[in-house]
Design a protein around this ligand. Structure first.
Ligand SMILES: [Zn+2]
Length: 168
């Protein structure tokens, strides 16, 4: 497995990091820049309501949360002229397609399609490019105004996900 930021093979355990709200599996080095960790989804059997025994001490209670939909990334969108920006920056850094491709662990054809805007990067790919080229490719998507009568008030927000951290 390779780090999703720097593309280096991950030695040891990969770190599950939240980087600007995107969930990434990264190496230890890149994990230091992360704003938090996300929990790798665990399969927790549903507890029967008739269960009599208390959970043994030292066992963390399962999160009492409904199964959430993956929402990370939805609030971001890629800027319109990402292609020319990638090309300009790559040329400024004197990187060939191959070199940039190696940095972000993508094929040359992917870089070429990105630069000609034939391929719109997903959030993860955009993040890798942002880190490698030190550019901004993502911006927060315009979120439509929410009325007071939000029909789905229980919907999990990104804020909730970000606050979940590993406890040591
Ligand atoms: Zn890394």
């Amino acid at each position: 497995m390779n780090c999703e930021i720097c593309g280096e093979p991950i030695r040891g355990r990969p770190i599950t990091a939240i980087v600007d709200r995107a969930k990434l599996m990264v190496c230890e080095k890149c994990g230091k820049h992360a704003s938090g960790r996300w929990e790798v989804e665990k399969v927790t059997p549903l507890q029967s309501s008739t269960a009599l025994s208390l959970p043994p001490p030292n066992v963390k209670l399962a999160f009492e949360q409904p199964k959430r939909k993956e929402r990370v990334g939805e609030e971001f969108e890629v800027i319109e002229d990402f292609g020319p920006l990638i090309r300009r920056t790559r040329e400024k850094l004197s990187l060939s397609y191959e070199e940039l491709g190696r940095r972000i662990n993508e094929k040359v054809s992917v870089i070429q399609r990105l630069e000609s805007q034939k391929l719109i990067p997903d959030i993860k790919l955009a993040k890798k490019l942002e880190y490698s080229l030190k550019i901004k490719l993502l911006r927060e998507a315009a979120i439509p105004a929410v009325s007071n009568e939000e029909p789905n008030a229980s919907e999990t927000t990104l804020g909730d996900i970000v606050t979940i951290k590993h406890r040591k």
